[in-house]
Design a protein around this ligand. Structure first.
Ligand code: AMP
Ligand code: ZN
Length: 464
């Protein structure tokens, strides 16, 4: 069966067909680096990671861009409050973002362009100039430039609004009084005092790019005029992605994106997790409370991207349990597997996992299939009916799942003092000091960790 995804633009499930067979150009809107990203943001990035990994699982080659928005009202406000240069203000948040990506095992994009890079600013200015030439944009008296939404008849198609409705929804701001229409959006913002020393020179005077043109410029500069998949959280649909389509297509004259995919929000008590609601957790907050990156990954991944996901600590507890089962299953198979693989027993169906993901990334069904396989193969082991060759094949399947899930137990989340005891115990065992080794095992138990001795060495897990 082919891959099928829901397209926000058509509101239909469509068969996936990239422009170049086998090669996928993918653009994902990245973070605004004025603070630490919260786990709501990471729901979007984990969904995109799942999408990329599953496409790779099915043999596609992906070229992926994720931008870093390092210039907007919030970053300017932040750097002025801190009294430092813009780049100095955003650097620690950029670094923290990459650390968090690693903790959550999110595969890195091929390109992380920064909006303030000179070549991107140049491209934004070029695009704006073309839009003015074509009458799709106009310069206001203060030197700001606005996109004329009336020049683009398809404006509103992604969000499924029509232009008249748009004016009356109140979703467009009308405080910029120099605009011809309330829905027109800024391509270039003229400098004002609040911007301090953050400005670039342009044919329209000093100023800075509007938020939407950044993504259009970076996407087309790196991936070309047509891309296969563009993703983000659902709040990006309007106005951000709607604006991206209008600006880009007015410049290039060809359809910009084939498939638009958006994830539903991460909620807390039914409300969107966001900075402004002050109901957010960063990954760091959760890790300080003893949760690991892979546990948070599990929670963010386990609900299908088109379903809202309510964040709770119970869901973290459930993730911990599910991962412990998955780890235990792997250990069990490893302990009995031979070198040579044999076909898996006919009653097991390891293909179900990939088939579920082919169906619009149905991760809940895919994880259901994994845990069904865990249960059924465990039963076969208990009954002495799984051969060592079959165990080897199941481990090979597990490896393939791992490409997509990245759930394997690692050393992360193990506190330094526990790691220290573990090292001392390894030394004691190497010297055959068994009494010391046992005492250290008890010490580990007292701190909530249990250790098993296997052929590959000590294996640590949380107690219970
Ligand atoms: P921002 O830094 O606000 O531009 O957001 C970066 C990305 O995170 C965008 O793709 C947003 O749509 C997404 N996002 C923000 N909040 C949430 C949330 N609560 N749940 C899911 N995605 C979110
Ligand atoms: Zn964007």
């Amino acid at each position: 069966m082919s891959l099928r995804f829901f397209n926000t633009l058509t509101r239909e499930i469509e068969e996936f067909r990239p422009v170049d067979p086998g090669h996928v150009r993918m653009y994902t809107c990245g973070p605004t680096v004025y603070d630490f990203a919260h786990i709501g943001n990471f729901r979007a990035y984990v969904f995109e990671d799942l999408l990329q990994r599953h496409l790779e699982f099915r043999g596609y080659k992906i070229e992926r861009v994720m931008n870093l928005t390092d210039i907007d009202d919030k970053t300017i406000r932040g750097c002025r409050a801190a009294g430092v240069a813009l780049s100095e203000f955003t650097r620690p948040y950029k670094n923290a973002f990459f650390e968090d990506l690693d903790s959550l095992r999110i595969r890195r994009a091929d390109h992380f362009p920064e909006a303030t890079a000179p070549n991107h600013i140049e491209r934004m200015i070029e695009m704006i100039a073309t839009l003015i030439e074509r009458d799709c944009a106009y310069r206001a008296e203060d030197g700001s430039v606005y996109f004329r939404i009336g020049s683009f008849p398809k404006y509103g198609a992604l969000a499924h609004f029509n232009l008249d409705e748009l004016q009356s929804t109140g979703r467009v701001r009308s405080d910029e009084y120099e605009k011809e229409e309330a829905g027109d959006f800024a391509l270039w913002k003229a400098w004002d005092e609040a911007d301090g020393d953050v400005w670039w020179q342009s044919p329209w005077g000093r100023g800075r790019p509007g938020r939407h043109i950044e993504c259009s410029a970076m996407a087309t500069q790196i991936l070309g005029p047509q891309i296969d998949i563009h993703c983000g959280g659902e709040d990006n649909i309007f106005p951000h992605h709607e604006a991206e389509i209008a600006q880009t297509e007015s410049v290039t004259g060809v359809p910009f994106v084939r498939l638009w995919m958006h994830c539903k929000h991460l909620l807390v008590d039914g409300r969107k997790m966001s900075k402004s609601e002050n109901n957010f957790f960063t990954l760091r907050d959760l890790m300080e409370r003893g949760w690991t990156g892979r546990e948070v990954r599990y929670v963010l991944l386990a609900v299908k991207y088109r379903e809202p996901l309510n964040f709770t600590f119970e869901s973290l507890e459930a993730a911990r349990k599910a991962l412990a089962r998955y780890d235990e299953w792997s250990r069990r198979l490893e302990a009995m597997a031979s070198a040579n693989a044999e076909p898996v027993p006919p009653e097991l169906n390891p293909e179900k996992f990939g088939e579920a993901l082919d169906d619009d990334l149905n991760i809940s069904a895919a994880l259901g299939a994994v845990f069904e396989l865990v249960r059924d193969s465990n039963r076969l082991v208990d009954a002495g009916r799984l051969t060592s060759g079959q165990a080897r094949s199941l481990l090979a399947w597990r490896e393939r799942y791992e490409w997509v899930l990245a759930f394997s137990a690692g050393e992360e989340g193990v506190p330094d003092d526990v790691r220290d005891i573990l090292t001392r115990r390894a030394e004691a065992r190497a010297k055959k000091e068994w009494a010391l080794s046992d005492a250290l095992r008890d010490q580990l138990l007292a701190t909530g960790w249990q250790v098993k001795d296997t052929k590959e060495g000590q294996k640590l897990s949380r107690k219970g």
